[in-house]
Design a protein around this ligand. Structure first.
Ligand SMILES: Nc1ncnc2c1ncn2[C@@H]1O[C@H](COP(=O)(O)OP(=O)(O)OP(=O)(O)O)[C@@H](O)[C@H]1O
Ligand SMILES: [Mg+2]
Length: 319
């Protein structure tokens, strides 16, 4: 859920993130518009998101969640989460992203199974993303957005506690399947696409002001036991343009292969930037190929370019 990492422990995942699994391939951008490195760890004071960083309200801000309670994020001590995850035992680890490790845990105080994301060292950027994630997910509630149960900001520790999604990420079920594993059915793929589209529609058309997600990709679409899909990782989310403006100017961040080319070129972020990323995920869903795959032949490495040859053959004739 983050951008480049400067920390060695993040190297593998960070390069994937920035290259959409391309292992460090640069974005075709002028240097000032490349995905920004995460700032090195900084001492206090912690940055606070400005008033523009989170929506003042989403339409169903205080709507009850599926369990019937208010969606207010709880605060946890580090000790509580250490107990919940059996001291962050490796056997409890669900996965690892560029931002840190995710563990399965059990919360005694609520009796829930949860996913606990422990952020690695917190640079300024990491802290900002942590705060944006907590504030965004505290205000935005929808059945196709992952539910943030709570967080921990105990000393240097930064942890996020989410509802546990039994089937993990779409990426785990779609791409690089081990031999013998049954691929997702067509119906399930379309259901996941529809769920992701509904989550995006909520962010764009129902949240007020609208929210640009900026990090739509298959690893951020999480699946429950029935393959219901929810969007996760809101650390890069931005408030959309208001008034007459159609874009917000911002640093280019996101993941190679999923980023809209006009946003990469100009730094002008629009709601359509998310729609582009949705299109890339949709292509992944229907082809089973990665957005960027450097193990393939040169002209097949970029999924969008490769698919364009079939959809718009007249363009390749021109080139
Ligand atoms: N709420 C959750 N429930 C169950 N598993 C989860 C949950 N959140 C994350 N995971 C698992 O942890 C893995 C890592 O997630 P994380 O968001 O840290 O990284 P990522 O999305 O793969 O990469 P990036 O850091 O580039 O966004 C996911 O692929 C998924 O398998
Ligand atoms: Mg993620």
């Amino acid at each position: 859920m983050n951008c480049f990492s400067c920390f060695a422990s993040h190297e593998r995942k960070a390069s994937e993130r920035c290259g959409g699994r391309t292992k460090g391939a640069p974005l075709p951008l002028p240097p000032q518009r490349r995905l920004q490195p995460r700032a090195p760890p900084q001492p206090s004071p912690q940055p606070r998101p400005g008033p523009e960083s989170v929506p003042k309200e989403a339409k169903n801000n205080n709507a009850p969640n599926q369990e019937g309670s208010k969606n207010e994020a709880l605060t946890f001590t580090f000790k509580e989460l250490a107990v919940a995850t059996k001291n962050f035992r490796p056997e409890c680890m669900l996965g690892e992203g560029g931002f840190g490790r995710v563990y399965k845990g059990y919360l005694e105080k609520t009796g829930q199974i949860v996913a606990v994301k422990q952020l690695d060292r917190n640079g300024l950027q990491g802290n900002r993303e942590f705060l944006v994630e907590v504030l965004m997910l505290s205000l935005l509630h929808h059945q196709n957005l992952v539910n943030l149960i709570g967080y921990c900001a105990d000393g240097e520790q930064r942890l996020l506690v989410y509802e546990y999604m039994q089937l993990g990420s779409l990426e785990d079920h779609l791409l690089d399947l081990p031999p013998g594993r049954t691929p997702l059915s067509w119906l399930t793929r379309m259901k996941i696409a529809l769920n992701a589209a509904k989550g995006l529609e909520y962010l764009h058309d129902k949240a007020n002001p609208p929210v640009i997600y900026r990090d739509l990709k298959s690893s951020n679409i999480l699946l429950d036991k029935d393959f219901n899909a929810k969007l996760s990782d809101f650390g890069l989310a931005k408030l959309g343009p208001v008034g007459d403006k159609s874009y917000v100017s911002t640093r280019v961040m996101g993941t190679y292969g999923y980023c809209a080319p006009e946003y990469q070129r100009t730094g002008q972020l629009t709601l359509k930037s998310d729609v582009y990323s949705f299109g890339v995920v949709f292509l992944e869903l229907i082809t089973g190929r990665r957005a960027i795959d450097n193990t393939r032949k040169r002209d097949e490495q970029n999924l969008v370019t490769w698919v364009s040859c079939f959809l718009f053959p007249q363009l390749s004739d021109l080139s």
